[in-house]
Design a protein around this ligand. Sequence first.
Ligand code: GTP
Ligand code: MG
Length: 214
Amino acid sequence: MEALEAIGEGPDSWNTMMLLYNAALKEINTKVEILIDEFQHVHRYNPIEYVKSRIKSPESIVAKLKRYGYEPTIHNMVQYCNDISGIRIVCAFTSDIYRIVESIQRQNDLRILQVKDYISKPKESGYKSYHLLVSVPIFLSDRVVDTKVEIQIRTIAMDFWASLEHKIYYKFEGKAPAYISRDLRECADFVSMLDAKMLSLNEAIQAAKKVNEE
Ligand code: GTP
Ligand code: MG
């Protein structure tokens, strides 16, 4: 297994790096599609509402390294930018999040590099999501290269909150007025309440369905 950090510099290395991150994203997307198919087939239930994936733009990669105080070398990109490949899995209920996390953690061709549970421990901003940083082996013609993908798993309500907060953050270049940050944190509490309420409603529906079937 080769480490991507040994990639070298120059246009050829850049292209190889992008090829690897694209390939890694395809691998994870396929894994998620298979999970969806299997859940549908076995449980007649699909825990995933939608999936979004993207490759980070060169401008954003460079801006992130600059923010961290690193030179924009390919080596630093590979080493310090963990979200060049990113996939976001959006579910209806918080219980679905943990189901998906477990299914991913059981796949032993993936290496789990980092786990951040911002659901049990939300960020100061109010941000909630479950983050997994994984590495996927990519099989090239002459070698295997471990490549990182950031997986974010959250509910629809958490996703709604995060996308609005992201827009506001950009609008104010990270320095939103205090009342806006306060309102956002308040909204984050509403999100948690909504998620909890929707989950218990769904459990009640499932229980009623079971009684009907018996
Ligand atoms: P960066 O925040 O990406 O520099 O990396 P990090 O090492 O701090 O990782 P973290 O897990 O905190 O964040 C990774 C990603 O989660 C970010 O790039 C965002 O997509 C998302 N994220 C983290 N915090 C927030 C937040 O407060 N608001 C929103 N909207 N998204 C967040
Ligand atoms: Mg961060």
